[in-house]
Design a protein around this ligand. Structure first.
Ligand code: ADP
Length: 591
């Protein structure tokens, strides 16, 4: 059925997000994207068409960077690294913080571009990918600031080559770049060939945020560009992608002295015990396997369901699957978007078609023509069946049953992977007994896909090694200092870019987040040293003070998170810095 016909027959209204902001950005860049090196975009070529998977339309032409172009990017990163390290944690924090704020400012552009480029529902890019990416920069601004005191025994590795996949383009970029920069490294990042667009906007943002030239470099290209980056004279390779490419990279870097972290595939178990809250477990499963069309390395793609509740659970799950809406990723009421590329779709189709075991159920929901695949459930599989073992990387859930907790653990661990695991039970003792027995980097209990910049994420076995996020993630971007720590360096605010507009001279009180006239209506004149009138300041009375105390009690500042307070203090500092001259003039005038 063509996509327009489906829209006509839907019982709900469509709510497409306006795409013009992203198309305009592409037009402004001449419809071509390419390497960002030494703080500027190099001339780009139309080597490869970047397409919107939902429609097949070409979004832009992309440069496939050659070995020489990769070398140039690495040299730029190498040249910039010593100064970036010497700038100190506080100066780096300021830049990371500026990046976070500018990403926040351009969040809508980033979300629309991500959905256009990747095919993921705008609901996900807008509410998950982009906010989490921003959160990563905020969080790591804090780590940069703390590095001189909290990690005084560690220093940067140097130049990091970073290769990322297409399933979470901007989020994976943030996971890689934020900790690297915080610790004083410079980077050369290669986005995936299907999804380079938000990395290009990020490059633009780097120029605006005051990232010194050469600190962030981005090379566009495919696997050969990635391989060139692995071979280049970098100090570390950080890779997220398929296990097969991870294996090649491990071979290529072996014995080279380059640090390596790999975040690879998974076939994560989703275990539901018979005492679980079934409706919540069904809803969690929707998030575990149909979020991002199942193209998630830690997707809960293997359902292990207690035999006693299997039929009931499968029936409720099918009813829920039938309600999922598939369609235009930019439609805000869509649950499942497009598969990233026709090649990926063919792989999913081939794996499902080749399977003869179990019973296959496709969601009874209209599926548009093109790069779309329905939510699918395959029940009645045995633990050794191919689809129980192989990663499908699509919206396909496979299911088997177990009888005892010990059997659940055995089936869960019967995998070459070890990325994540989810378990559902109302029995906390059972959860505490099972969780440590699961071979997985992350275990979620009665929830799934919980991510935060402060929590390390990563796998074991063929899911890779190394952690991203939190204190653990910083280890992968730093090494022990030898022999003595440098003193902490603080770069003062320079006040460049102060606003030129004039000061409002009718000062008011500031109570409860608002300007307020004094209750008594009195003010006093303020004079400069030469007797000149500078302005009027309000005189507060008892009522004003009572209002202020009440506002203070009600504001809940003491209960806010440290992260939020840091964000607000940074915001204040940024704005004070921008007005340095105004403050200086005022102080001069008064004294
Ligand atoms: P997926 O199967 O998820 O597409 P890949 O592992 O093929 O993942 O791709 C992840 C990233 O690795 C992409 O940026 C891709 O261009 C890059 N890549 C692919 N092959 C190689 C290689 N041989 N060396 C380095 N990078 C590679």
């Amino acid at each position: 059925m063509p996509i327009e016909t489906i829209f006509d027959t839907m019982e709900y209204g469509t709510a497409p997000e306006d795409r013009s902001v992203a198309l305009q950005w592409i037009a402004n860049h001449g419809g071509l994207i390419g390497p960002y090196v030494n703080g500027a975009f190099a001339p780009a070529r139309d080597d490869l068409a970047i397409r919107n998977p939902a429609t097949g339309e070409k979004l832009a032409g992309m440069t496939l960077c050659t070995k020489d172009e990769v070398t140039e990017a690495v040299q730029s990163a190498r040249a910039a690294q010593p100064d970036w390290q010497k700038a100190g944690g506080a100066a780096r924090a300021r830049v990371l913080y500026a990046l976070a704020r500018l990403m926040q400012k351009h969040a809508r552009l980033l979300a629309v571009m991500e959905s256009l480029d990747n095919g993921k529902p705008i609901r996900e890019s807008r509410d998950i990918d982009i906010p989490l990416a921003i959160r990563h920069f905020y969080h790591h601004a804090g780590h940069a600031q703390l590095m001189p005191s909290a990690l005084s025994d560690r220093v940067a590795l140097g130049v990091c080559g970073q290769i990322i996949p297409w399933n979470f383009p901007l989020l994976m970029l943030a996971w890689k770049i934020a900790p690297a920069l915080a610790m004083g490294n410079t980077v050369v990042l290669k986005p995936a060939e299907y999804t380079p667009m938000t990395a290009m906007i990020f490059a633009d943002i780097c120029s605006q945020a005051g990232v010194p030239p050469g600190v962030v470099n981005i090379v566009t290209g495919d696997g050969s560009t990635g391989a060139a980056l692995v071979d280049a004279t970098v100090d570390k390779i950080a890779f997220t992608g398929s296990t097969s490419v991870g294996r090649q990279i491990q071979e290529a870097t072996a014995g080279s002295g380059k640090s390596l972290t790999l975040e690879l595939g998974g076939k994560s178990p989703y275990i539901v015990f018979d005492d679980a809250d079934i409706d919540s477990a069904v809803e969690g499963l929707v998030d575990a396997i149909w979020f991002n069309q199942g193209q998630v390395c830690c997707a809960g793609s293997r359902l292990l369901i207690h035999e006693a509740i299997a039929d009931d659970f499968h029936n409720r799950l099918k009813a829920r699957m039938d309600k999922l809406r598939i369609g235009d990723p930019l439609d805000k009421s869509i649950d499942v978007g497009a598969i990233v590329d026709p090649i990926q779709l063919q792989q999913i189709q081939a794996l499902v078609q080749a399977n003869t075991a179990g019973q296959t159920y496709h969601a009874q929901t209209p599926v548009p023509e093109g790069c779309f695949y329905p939510p699918t459930l395959i029940t009645g599989l045995h633990p050794a069946d191919t689809l129980m073992q192989e990663e499908i990387f699509g919206p396909v859930l496979v299911s088997t049953t177990f009888r005892t907790p010990a059997e659940a653990v055995e089936i869960a661990n019967n995998s070459k992977y070890g990325l994540a695991a989810t378990l559902w039970t109302e029995n906390i003792n059972l959860a505490l007994e099972i969780a440590p027995k699961l071979v997985a980097g992350v275990v979620w209990v009665n929830a799934t896909n919980l991510f935060d910049a402060a929590a390390g994420f990563g796998g074991t076995r063929e899911s890779g090694f190394g952690r991203e996020g939190g204190w653990e993630g910083l280890q992968a971007y730093s090494k022990p200092r030898q022999p003595l720590p440098e003193p902490a360096q603080v770069t003062p605010f320079t006040g460049q870019g102060a606003a030129a507009d004039d000061i409002d001279r009718t000062a008011k009180l500031f109570i409860g987040g608002k300007q307020a006239r004094p209750d008594g209506g009195y003010s006093q004149a303020i004079f400069g040293p030469k007797g000149q009138l500078l302005g009027h300041a309000p005189i507060a009375n008892r009522k004003d003070i009572r209002n202020a105390v009440q506002a203070q009690l009600a504001c809940g500042w003491g209960k806010t998170t440290g992260h939020l307070r840091a964000q607000i203090l940074y915001y204040l500092a940024e704005n004070l810095a921008a007005q340095t001259n105004r403050f200086a003039e005022r102080l001069d005038a008064m004294t």
